[in-house]
Every structure is written in C-alpha cells, then in structure tokens.
Design a binder for this molecule. Structure first.
Ligand SMILES: [Zn+2]
Ligand SMILES: [Zn+2]
Length: 366
C-alpha cells in the first residue's frame, strides 16, 4: 500500500503503481514513475500484463519551447545541462483502465552517479500540478531511494526545509526511505542553490563537470556537444525566441584572452570556480563568500583558472586523458588538462581539470 506523505501525495513501490494502473483507484489520479525506463512496457516485462496508454507527449533533454527549466538555459549561453541532448527527459501519457490516470515517467537508475538534479524541476512541477487536480503517487521500484529522493526535494522546495529535515519529515510517513549517497549529495546541492537547479551556479557547474569526468572514466566517448562553444569564434546563437544574435552583441562579458595573440579563449561563464586551498567536495564556501568570486585572495593564491572543456581544445576533443592546452590561433602554450585532476597552486584538487595559467592569459571585456 502506498504511504501518505502529505495531503494528496503518496510514496510507493512498483507493486503499488501496478495495482493502481490495473484496477484503478478511488483516490490516486496521477502517477510519477521513476524507473530505469520511461516506457510502460517496464510493467509488462516485470509482471506480464499490458496496461493501455495514450501518449500526451514525450520531451527530450535540450528541447526548448516553454518547458520549465529550459527557459533559464537560453540566456546564459555556456550553461548547459549535464544530460545528453538526445536523452528522454520525461514522457506523459494517459494510462490504466479507461485511460483515467495521468502518468509521467522519468528514466532514472538507482545509482550514485546518476544525474538526479536535472530531473527535479519537471518532477516537482508535476507533483505540484497533480496535487491541484487530485492525488499523486510517486513510485520507483522499491519505494526506497529514487522516489524518496524526489519527494525529499519536493518537501525541501515547498516547505523550505534542509535536506536533512525534509528526509526526516518523510521518514515520519515511511520509515524505511533511504536515497542513495549520490542523491543525498545532489539534494544538498539543491538546497545550497536555493531549492532550484541553476545551471549558471558554480555548484551546478562543478557537478556537471564531475558527471562528465565520471562518464569519461567509464570509457564513454564524450560528444563535443558536451563541450562549451569556442568563445573565440564569431558564432551565431539562436535564442529561445528563435531570433539570431551574435556573441559580439553581449556587452561587457569578462573574457580571458591569449596573452600573445589576444584571441578570446574563455568567457567568465566558462570558468568553474573553486575556493583556494579547499577540497573539491566542499561547497561550504558559497555560504561565506556568496557572489564574491573575484576575491583578491583568490587572485593571490591561485596561479591558474579552471574552465569547462571548450571546443578549441583539440586534444580534449580527440579524447586524450591529459595534455597541453595551446592557443587555437598562435599555438602558444596556455595550460594543461587532465581528466584525472590537477592540483592548483593553492592546494585544491580540481577533477577533471582544464587549466589556464594566469601568466598566459589577460582578462578584459568582450
Ligand atoms: Zn586554486
Ligand atoms: Zn594565441
């Protein structure tokens, strides 16, 4: 039986969902399925029965057009989701007896390395909408990790609770919930970003780079769509409204240039900041120095800046583990990269690391 968490909000496992999809429910009107596959065939493969469905829509990662979350992405150019562009974000369908239920399904595996953050906005919005129209069951396979992580995030956002308090509150309804450690870390980031997934936030940028590093270490080929655009090229970018604008029109964006030939090699938005001397897993600094990323002491202690991988980094695009970073125009040495990490002069380990020596670059505005 599903457990009641809040009015019109339940948590459960796959059996709970299967029963409602087969027999209907007097109370539940909406289902949020969080399984390794978004397809309804997951149920038939699991227990051998068919569930009638009628598709409402399928939304892929990176699809623009009014979806929550994607609006924020268009404004800041280099800020990207860590999900692959062709991956399904969610599907929405009518399901069950007389197609009376509305089911949203997101494909998410119960693994520490799985990217939970990028699904939160759509899941939490769906829960909100569903509770206005009826009651919603959030379920995964066991009802322990994935569904619990999403409901924890929901309680955090709606009740402004810390990760710990939200999880504790959920345990009052269902004592055995236990999101995996990777999800707990991501929920902490969600809290530190102010209960939203902000792609321009340094916390998210570091997370995105870590996801990229994990996938490189698993031997997956990193598609160049995952790399930042080359800020030295006069590329046209299409905004969400479909209007074209060029990078040159964006005024007073801080930019890093090759000291020798002045080619633009990185924009401020490409920089993945760290706090001098602190370990890569620490996010505590945001509380102390929020918005103060150009702190004088940073300049003093760190002899390098670290950026996301960019498309002018030929050796990176070719898949090397480590190597030199040379200017795409004059070929002078700018820095070094290593997917396994580099230690900054301040002592912090940056993993993976795409490092530009401050002595080789100038900062100015575009
Ligand atoms: Zn440093
Ligand atoms: Zn150069």
């Amino acid at each position: 039986m599903p457990y009641l968490v809040r009015e019109h909000l339940f948590i459960g496992n796959i059996s709970d969902a299967a029963e409602i999809l087969q027999k209907g429910s007097t109370e539940i009107t909406h289902i949020l399925s969080v399984l390794s596959s978004a397809s309804i065939s997951f149920f038939s493969e699991w227990r051998g029965f068919e569930i009638p469905t009628k598709e409402i829509k399928k939304v892929y990662v990176g699809a623009s057009g009014g979806e929550s979350g994607s609006e924020d992405d268009s404004g800041d150019g280099g800020a990207k989701s860590s999900l692959s562009p062709e991956k399904i974000l969610y599907s929405l369908e009518y399901a069950g007896q007389d197609l009376k239920l509305v089911r949203m399904a997101v494909p998410l595996r119960d693994m520490e390395s799985e990217d939970l953050l990028d699904y939160l906005d759509v899941c939490l919005d769906f829960i909100d909408e569903s509770r206005k129209e009826g009651s919603v069951l959030v379920h995964c396979f066991a009802g322990v990790s994935r569904s619990a992580a999403i409901i924890t995030a929901y309680l955090m956002r709606t009740e402004h609770l810390s990760q710990e308090d939200a999880l504790e509150s959920l345990r009052q309804s269902c004592e055995f919930v236990s999101p995996n450690d990777g999800f707990l870390d991501q929920l902490k980031m969600f809290e530190e970003m102010g209960f939203k997934v902000d792609h321009a936030n340094p916390i998210y940028k570091r997370f995105r780079l870590k996801v990229l590093g994990d996938s490189y270490n698993r031997g997956e080929k990193i598609d160049s769509s995952k790399f930042g655009a080359d800020p030295g090229l006069p590329t046209k970018v299409v905004s969400s409204e479909g209007e074209e604008s060029s990078n040159g029109e964006i005024n007073s964006t801080p930019a890093y240039r090759c000291k020798k030939c002045r080619r633009v090699i990185a924009l401020q938005e490409n920089v993945v900041s760290h706090i001098p001397g602190e370990g890569e897993t620490s996010f505590e600094w945001l509380k102390r120095r929020s918005g103060n990323l150009f702190n004088k002491s940073d300049e003093f202690q760190c002899s390098s800046i670290f950026v996301e991988p960019l498309r002018w980094m030929t050796a990176v695009v070719e898949g090397a583990l480590e190597g030199k970073l040379s200017c795409a125009h004059c070929e002078s040495r700018l820095g070094y990269f290593n997917w396994s990490g580099i230690q900054c002069s301040c002592g912090s380990w940056i993993t993976p690391a795409f490092q530009l020596h401050k002595s080789r670059v100038d900062i100015s505005t575009v």
